[in-house]
Design a protein around this ligand. Structure first.
Ligand code: ADP
Length: 260
């Protein structure tokens, strides 16, 4: 009887190993496909602003725009917006890369989170092609938090940019800041396309983008939310989503902040 037991255990272990390997291979394949999509996306996204700036510069040089003040201004403005966009993209990929290799190193200080939200809103307004309005509500008695200001800014920029990207014009974004026990709760709500229930937990995965035909003329690398999650968790906080397709998405961030 013992022999049977051994054989049974052996067979069980073999089957378990087989499924484990299958699962690993599947995951690796999925990751490889997603990485490929990422490189494609990135090449495409870097090319767009570069060719726009190139066209603007050529117009200035060759087609006499430098003698026409109005056109010159217009081309310079376009170039500036595109270069800002390019530098933001590069910063994100670099941020992400450092985070992946070294983990995120937090440099904490005391800062006013409401002011930071407002300044992020101002910078996300640059070069908007849609009509977007923002509403900020804070019930915080004391808006000073102890956290990494620069990473929190990137988190906010990522969430605001997504809210704009994944909503049709006119976009309405509401930001709420509240204190719940020892945490500051930050909610960013949009009136966008929403996220299907089955993908709510995937969107925080590296390279993941909700598969959808019409959506993916929207640019992106699928890195933003995984970075957001890393930063927030590194602060000892958490992120969650609430969403209804074609109606809204709310991203909720909780950051520990002991009331003194
Ligand atoms: P991306 O660069 O693709 O925007 P993210 O990691 O920021 O990457 O987001 C992952 C995916 O989650 C997006 O591709 C999109 O499908 C979905 N998503 C993120 N934010 C929103 C939002 N506010 N509304 C609807 N879908 C969103």
């Amino acid at each position: 009887a013992w022999q049977y037991l051994y054989v049974a255990i052996l067979i069980f272990m073999l089957i378990a190993t087989f499924f484990y390997l299958l699962n690993t291979i599947n995951r690796q394949n999925k990751l490889a496909t997603m990485r490929k999509a990422f490189v494609n996306n990135m090449t495409h996204e870097l090319k767009t602003p570069i060719s726009t700036v190139m066209a603007a510069v050529e117009s200035i040089q060759r087609y006499g725009a430098k003698d026409d003040k109005e056109r010159l201004d217009k081309y310079l403005k376009i170039s500036k917006i595109e270069l800002e966009h390019l530098s933001l993209m590069i910063e994100r990929v670099l941020n992400f890369d450092t985070a992946e290799t070294n983990g995120i190193q937090l440099v904490k200080s005391n800062f006013d989170i409401v002011k930071t939200v407002e300044s992020c809103i101002e910078s996300s307004k640059v070069g908007l092609l849609k009509q977007v309005d923002f509403e900020v509500h804070s019930t915080l008695d004391n808006p000073i938090i102890y956290a990494d200001e620069s990473h929190i800014k990137s988190v906010l920029r990522n969430l605001l940019d997504n809210a704009i990207k994944y909503s049709n014009s006119p976009v309405h974004i509401t930001i709420n800041l509240d204190q719940e026990k020892d945490n500051v709760i930050l909610k960013i709500k949009d009136n966008g396309i929403g996220i299907p229930k089955e993908h709510l937990s995937d969107v925080f995965d590296m390279f993941f983008r909700v598969p959808s035909g019409h959506l993916h003329n929207v640019k992106g690398f699928g890195l933003g939310l995984s970075y957001v999650k890393q930063v927030v968790e590194q602060h000892g906080g958490s992120v969650s989503i609430n969403s209804e397709v074609d109606k809204y998405s709310v991203f909720v961030i909780s950051i520990p902040n002991k009331k003194i």
